[in-house]
Structure formats: structure tokens, C-alpha cells
Design a protein around this ligand. Structure first.
Ligand code: 26Y
Length: 822
């Protein structure tokens, strides 16, 4: 008999080709002569999706049959990046698909380029959630990611005349093949209205919430396949839809347009991702987004338990719910409401379950990022939750009173309600009281939480606190983004490092191998040359691939100090102008990152970088030694191109401000060296790679606090440091702004008279360190050795390690392998 592989699951090259052409015809409705590259991308995406489905359904079936304990990762953001390449890698068919496409006259790289990524996050926190889902699938940990299916993700950034402009991101425009809508599992979410007390048929005191209106949440599921396993877990994102039944009254009373308007208002909830990173604005729609996805997700968990016939008393045994920052912290009150009001539990029973279910990850120490909601807003939108929070708070404050009988100030300090002025609900306090575990995202960050923002909670519940240093997935940020480096590594130490990143250690024995060193350098050079070509084509600027590629790619924020980097560029430029024949290491400074649309200073920093670039890149005195470029619309997709091309990674936040950083890890894994402060995970990276392989500068967090306490006067630094003064004066003179002396004044004034992020205090240390970097770069052997050791020692920063730690310390979950009979 003729054996033909199944077109939906087969992995042979012939089968892949046949399936691909079949999908082009039957799904895209095209034949090759008229198909666009996007049609081909879609046909390939469907071909891959078919292969995921078998694993996905088997995974779901196994979890259902075994009633597996499951992690629910609640996050307002998931910054996934493109799916196609990652799925090819995880299925182990990247090379075969490349060949299949080639045989059809197509180029896989071009097809991968077609994919529009779902930008459903701002930066680090959203990308971390995506890395963690990848690791959970790879480690065969049952998990569900829960979030919001924003119709508009993070805006697209364009640069016009040096300024950022924002364009809406219509990521669903050409169709999204990776999700399956599940309208049959839609759930209602109540909003507004009032509460009533009543006595039920069994004589129990109960509360009924009569909402102003109801919004439906419709789940959209995306399979997330692990690396070389059959596990495909689910990301379930909720889309808001108007509840049909609710506009009936309006409809009957003839106000048809009014009813449709109500619909529109409901659907607004999942319309757009708030583009703020680390700044909370207290907007009504944002609170609606939070209760919306949290309520949908918790109701979904209850539905799953009912389906598996597990009694609700075992909620905390079936699920552990990890809260990604305080954005989902309303879950503490919502689970209490569901258990008490809808499922008739007593307070004590419900509280016992709730406080065994949740764990809370904090991502920031910045006071402006801590979420608090005005009581009036809370009462208007969530009247029942406010009552429950008052009750939770009262019981909690009773404990505080017993613990600190002589310290009444502890009550106001720790209260979930801030009563120092206008009254607010403090979401971090709610999260701490309602969780069994609390973590920061790097060792220093967790220590600073314990000493600072969450100090009182640490005193009261020391056992809840436990650091979990962030990690990133080596599948996306090495194997997919840097195939040549990955192949070179695998040829030396075998393929296991992809799942056990600690094995990179074995590379240390190749650090003196001339062959490996040569290959390592060649790979970096070739990738830099490719980026140079891209920049030439897209920006019309010629850059020297032999120059030091010095890259800062991350959200634009004063605390991240992109403008400190800019001050070094101006300093170098001043030196060249003063002495055109000066010897300096040729450098290409590359920046990427978005500014929150309402963050004026961040936008001015972008303008400054572009303004400096415009002058420096054209100045004949500079010749080939200095180039400055701001690369627009930084995204996951673009990040994957940038990390492998970097020689130097800029991680220069004011110590104590960057909770962890994760870009720092991705750069180092790709053979960039770090110039950085003792902040966030930089400290641990330096510990791992060795202090001699890391460029450290600047004040420590303790020194920052001490200096502030002494009274910090940035103007003194300006007056006493001639290079600093020259750099500032050059910008102030209008030299980079066509003579306009006003343009950068707001930025410079802030630096000279406030300088909250202490650029001036760290300026000299940074300049010296950068000069030293330039020297070391000239010593090719030494540099190569340092970069190889960086890669070899980055094992700790795999998100697999982080997830194993969460599993052991918080989640108490072990792997559930998925068997597929071939
Ligand atoms: C309140 C709301 C507007 C808000 C929205 C987004 C607040 C914060 C954020 C995002 C925060 C964020 O991305 N934090 C980063 O988390 C990373 C992952 O843990 C850290 O590596 C990084 O240091 C931290 O800034």
C-alpha cells in the first residue's frame, strides 16, 4: 500500500509542501500566480498551526483527564513577538520548512518578515510574561496565561523631524492565524450599580450586587508550544463584547441608537493597550480593563473546575494564580466575591482559599508606578468589591493592631485604604494581604522592597517574601534570533544547552581555541555588516561594521538615562572638534525604544538623540569615527535583530531604579559586553560573568540615597567638571538645534537644578568607563575572550531557571508530560 502522511500533521518535506499549497488554495483562496508574500506567509502559518493543534488538544485532554494542578498567569500584558519562527524551532522543523519553501521558489526569511507581531505589551513586564509562558510549556508545566485581547496594541512609532509620532497599531489587519475564538465560553462581567442585603431561603445573610450593566468577555485562545516537547499550553485573551440582552429596554423604548451606543461603550474595554510603562494615571477605563480580564479569568477557572467535577473548596489545590504586578490585584476581592456571593461560602472559608491561591510579583520601586484608585471611582464601578475590601482591611488591621499595640501609626501606614488626603485603594497592599507569596524580580530589587516600599509587610509576613530573579527564553533570543551563534555553540558542546542553559559553561574550555574564537568573531562581524546594510537602506547612513556597536534599546525613561549616553556622545564629539586628529575607537551609537505619548521629557530625549545624530553624522571632521542613529519602532521582532549585532550593551539606570532589566540578559547571551551600574539584575550578571568581564561604573543604590539625603546639588558638578560643562553648553547653545536655544532648555534645566536621576553625579565615572571600553575594544583577543566568557556564564538567566524556582518555592507544581502515539 502507498503510505501518505497526513496533510495536517506530517512533517516530511513533501508533506509540508503539499499541505502548504493546499492551505494557500483552500484557506487563502489563492493560486501561486496571484499570491502575495502575505498569502504565502498565511498558508505557511496555517500549515504550522495544523501541526500545533494535535499537540494542543492532546495537552488539553491530558490535563482534563488528570485534573492537573495548573498555574494561571494573570497579566495585563503579553508581548509575544512573532509566532511562526518560534513554532518552527519548537517543532524542530525550521530547516526542513526552509528547504520546502526553497523548493517552491520561496524564501523563508521573507515569509517570516511578513508576520505582524501582536504588540500586547509595553516592555519588560509584558515580555517577561511571554518568556515565562514559553518556559512553562517547555518544562511541561500545566499553565494558562490570562490577559486582554487589545484590538490596538502598543502604538507604532515613527520619527518625523526627529520627534516621535504615534500611529495606531492595527495588528489584526491582515488576519491572525494563531488564535481560536471560543464564544461558547463567554462570561458576563458586572459593572457599576449598587448592592442590596437580603436573607436567603436558608436564613443566611447575603449581599446581591445589582449592576448598572453587564459586559461579555469572549475568550480567544492561542496555543503555545514548548521546545521539543508535545506540551502546548493556552494563552487565553479576553475580548469585550456588549451583552445582547442588556439593550432590550432601550430597544423597546425606541432608543435604538442609544442602545448601539451602549454596545460601543462596552466594547471599548478591550480596545487599546495603555501605552504607559511605569507611570500610573488612575484612568477609569484602565480599572475597567483590570476587573474585566480578572473576573473573566476567575470565572473561567471555576468553569474548568466544574467541568472536571472538582469541588470549589479545592480551588487553591487546583489552581495557583500568579499576579504580574498589581494590574490584576483586584483578583483578591473578585475571588472573595465569587466564592461568597455566587457560591455561598462563609468569609473564613473564602479567605482561607484566597490567601492560599495568589502570589504577587512586584516589578517596580518607582512611586509613580504604584497603582492606587480613588475611592469614589472604585465605588462607582465596583461597589461590591469596595465593601469586600473594607472588610478585608478591617480584619487585616485588627491583626496589625495586635501585632503593634504601641504603634498606632502602623495602621495608617499599612492600611489598604490610603487616608492621608483624598482616599485611595492601594493595590499593592491589597496584593500583599491577599497573597501567600511576594517577590521582586532581582536580588537587589527584592532587598529594596523589603527595606522600602513593602517594609511593613515584610516585618509582618517575612516568610511570604522570596526573590525570583528574572530570566529570558534562549529559544527566541538565541536559537531563533542568532542561528549562526547557536550552531557554533551546538557544534562544540552539543544541543542540550537550549533546554539546560547552564551547559553553556562547557564553552569555557573553548575560550582559548583559536578556531572557535575566530568563528565567534566572524559571526559577530557578519551580523554587524547585515545590520549596517539594513541601516544604509532604511536610514541612508553608512556605518562602519568594524566600529564598536554600542546599543541602548529599551523604553525611553529618565531613570534609564538615555540622555547620559547622549552626554558621552557629545563629549566625544567635543573632543574631536577640539582636536580633529585625536585617536578614538570608532563607534556606532544605536538607540531604540518608545516614549509614552504623554511623557514630554522622554520625547524630548528622543529629539535630542536625533538632533545630535543629524549633526555628528554629517560632520566631515568626525569622518568614520562616530555615528549616531535612533532606530524607529523598536519591537520584539526588531529586538531579535539588534541583540546579536551588539558589542556593547548599555544598562546605565540610576542604581536602585531598574527592578531587574531583561534586555541586559539578552544582549549578554549574544556576546555583547555590558556597561552598567550596580542595579537590578546587572549585579547578578556581573557576579556570574566575573567582574573582569563587565564594565561597571557609578554610585550604588546606597550611595544614591546617601547623596540625596546630604542634599544633592547637580549645579556644582556642572561648574566643576569642564567636559560636562562643555557638553551641556554645546547643547544649550543651539548647536544641535539650528541655533534654537530654547528647544532643549527644559531638559537641561531639570538636569542642572534637580537631576532626580543623578546623571551629573555619575557623569565622570561613566565617561571614564566608556573611554576604558574603547581601549579594551582595540585589544581584539582580550575582547573576544571576554565575550565568550559572557556567553558561557549566562546560564542562570534562562527563564527555565526562573520558572523552576517559581514551581519549587511558590507553585508546588511538577511536570505533566504529554504522550503522543505516532
Ligand atoms: C501602572 C501601569 C501604567 C503600568 C504599566 C506598565 C506600570 C508598569 C508597567 C510596566 C512595568 C515594567 O515593564 N517593569 C519592568 O519589568 C521588568 C520585568 O520584571 C523589569 O525587568 C524592569 O526592570 C521593570 O522596569
Amino acid at each position: 500500500p502507498v503510505r501518505v502522511e497526513d496533510d495536517r500533521t506530517g512533517l516530511n518535506i513533501e508533506t509540508l509542501k503539499r499541505a502548504f499549497l493546499d492551505n494557500l488554495f483552500y484557506i487563502q483562496g489563492k493560486f501561486p500566480d496571484i499570491a502575495t508574500q502575505n498569502d504565502y506567509y498565511m498558508a505557511l502559518a496555517y500549515t504550522v498551526r495544523d501541526r500545533l493543534l494535535k499537540r494542543w488538544l492532546k495537552t488539553a485532554q491530558t490535563y482534563t483527564e488528570q485534573g492537573s494542578r495548573t498555574v494561571c498567569y494573570l497579566s495585563a500584558e503579553f508581548l509575544l513577538g512573532p509566532h511562526l519562527g518560534k513554532n518552527l524551532i519548537n517543532l524542530g522543523i525550521y530547516d526542513d520548512v526552509q528547504q520546502a519553501m526553497e523548493e517552491l521558489g520561496l524564501d523563508l526569511e521573507t515569509l517570516l518578515e511578513q508576520e505582524e507581531e501582536p504588540g500586547l505589551g509595553n516592555g519588560g513586564l509584558g515580555r517577561l510574561a511571554a518568556c515565562y509562558l514559553d518556559s512553562m510549556a517547555t518544562l511541561e508545566i500545566p499553565s494558562i496565561g490570562y490577559g486582554i485581547r487589545y484590538e490596538y496594541g502598543i502604538f507604532e512609532q515613527d520619527i518625523r523631524d526627529g520627534w516621535q509620532i504615534e500611529r495606531s497599531d492595527k495588528w489584526l489587519r491582515s488576519g491572525y492565524p494563531w488564535e481560536v475564538p471560543r464564544p461558547e465560553w463567554s462570561v458576563p462581567v458586572k459593572i457599576g450599580g449598587h448592592t442590596e442585603q437580603y436573607t436567603d431561603e436558608r436564613g443566611r445573610f447575603r449581599v446581591r450586587w445589582v449592576p448598572h450593566h453587564v459586559v461579555m468577555g469572549v475568550p480567544h485562545d492561542t496555543p503555545l508550544l514548548g521546545y521539543q516537547v508535545n506540551t502546548a499550553n493556552t494563552l487565553r485573551l479576553w475580548r469585550a463584547e456588549a451583552a445582547e440582552s442588556f439593550d432590550f429596554d432601550a430597544f423597546n423604548s425606541g432608543d435604538y441608537v442609544g442602545a448601539v451606543h451602549e454596545k460601543m461603550v462596552s466594547e471599548n474595554i478591550s480596545k487599546v493597550l495603555y501605552p504607559n510603562d511605569n507611570i500610573s494615571q488612575g484612568k477609569e477605563l484602565r480599572l475597567l480593563q483590570q476587573i474585566f480580564f480578572v473576573s473573566c479569568s476567575l470565572q473561567d477557572m471555576i468553569r474548568i473546575m466544574e467541568g472536571q467535577k472538582i469541588p470549589l473548596e479545592k480551588f487553591h489545590e487546583k489552581f495557583v494564580v500568579q499576579m504580574n504586578d498589581t494590574h490584576p490585584a483586584i483578583a483578591v476581592a473578585e475571588l472573595m466575591r465569587l466564592l461568597i456571593d455566587d457560591h455561598c461560602m462563609t468569609w473564613d472559608q473564602a479567605w482561607g482559599i484566597t490567601t492560599r491561591t495568589f502570589a504577587y510579583t512586584n516589578h517596580t520601586l518607582l512611586p509613580e508606578a504604584l497603582e492606587r484608585w480613588p475611592i469614589a471611582l472604585f465605588k462607582k464601578l465596583l461597589p461590591r468589591h469596595l465593601e469586600l475590601i473594607y472588610e478585608i482591611n478591617q480584619r487585616f488591621l485588627d491583626d496589625v493592631r495586635i501585632r503593634y499595640p504601641e504603634q498606632p501609626q502602623m495602621l495608617s501606614q499599612m492600611s489598604i485604604i490610603d487616608e492621608s488626603g483624598e482616599r485611595y485603594v492601594r493595590m499593592a497592599h491589597l496584593a500583599c494581604v491577599g497573597s501567600m507569596a511576594i517577590n521582586g524580580v532581582a536580588a537587589l530589587h527584592t532587598e529594596l522592597l523589603k527595606q522600602g516600599v513593602l517594609h511593613d509587610f515584610y516585618e509582618m509576613y517575612p516568610k511570604k517574601f522570596n526573590n525570583k530573579t528574572n530570566g529570558v527564553t534562549p529559544r527566541r533570543f538565541m536559537v531563533l534570533s542568532n542561528p549562526r551563534l547557536s550552531r557554533a555553540i551546538t557544534e562544540r558542546i552539543g544541543p542540550n544547552w537550549v533546554k539546560h542553559l547552564d551547559e553553556l559553561k562547557k564553552l569555557e574550555s573553548y575560550v582559548d581555541d583559536p578556531n572557535f574564537r575566530q568563528e565567534f568573531r566572524q559571526i559577530k562581524f557578519d551580523i554587524k555588516q547585515e545590520l549596517a546594510t539594513y541601516i544604509q537602506q532604511n536610514y541612508g547612513v553608512a556605518i562602519n561594521p568594524n566600529s564598536l556597536f554600542d546599543i541602548q534599546a529599551k523604553r525611553i525613561h529618565e531613570y534609564k538615562r538615555q540622555h547620559l549616553n547622549a552626554l558621552y556622545i557629545v563629549t566625544l564629539y567635543n573632543r574631536i572638534k577640539a582636536n580633529p586628529n585625536i585617536e578614538i575607537t570608532p563607534r556606532t551609537f544605536l538607540f531604540g525604544g518608545k516614549a509614552a505619548p504623554g511623557y514630554y521629557t522622554a520625547k524630548l530625549i528622543i529629539k535630542l538623540i536625533n538632533a545630535i545624530g543629524d549633526v555628528v553624522n554629517r560632520d566631515p571632521d568626525v569622518r568614520d569615527r562616530l555615528k549616531v542613529l535612533f532606530l524607529k519602532d523598536y519591537s520584539v521582532k526588531f529586538a531579535q535583530r539588534i541583540y546579536p549585532a551588539a558589542d556593547l550593551s548599555e544598562q546605565i539606570s540610576t542604581a536602585g531604579k531598574e527592578a531587574s532589566g531583561t534586555g541586559n540578559m539578552k544582549f549578554a547571551m549574544n556576546g555583547a559586553l555590558t556597561i552598567g551600574t550596580l542595579d537590578g539584575a546587572n549585579i547578578e550578571i556581573r557576579e556570574e560573568v566575573g567582574e573582569e568581564n563587565f564594565f561597571l561604573f557609578g554610585m550604588t543604590a546606597d550611595e544614591v540615597y546617601a547623596r540625596k539625603a546630604q542634599g544633592y546639588n547637580p549645579y556644582d558638578y556642572y561648574q566643576s567638571n569642564s567636559e560636562l560643562k562643555l557638553a551641556i553648553d554645546r547643547i544649550a547653545s543651539g548647536f544641535f538645534s539650528h541655533g534654537d536655544r530654547k528647544l532643549f532648555q527644559p531638559l537641561l534645566d531639570t538636569l542642572m537644578h534637580r537631576d532626580d536621576y543623578m546623571l551629573f553625579a555619575d557623569y565622570q565615572a561613566y565617561i571614564d568607563c566608556q573611554d576604558y571600553v574603547g581601549q579594551v575594544f582595540q585589544d581584539v583577543d582580550r575582547w573576544t575572550r571576554m565575550t565568550i566568557l559572557n556567553v558561557a556564564r549566562m546560564g542562570k538567566f534562562s527563564s527555565d531557571r526562573a520558572i523552576r524556582d517559581y514551581c519549587e518555592d511558590f507553585w508546588k507544581i511538577s511536570p505533566v508530560p504529554i504522550e503522543i502515539e505516532e
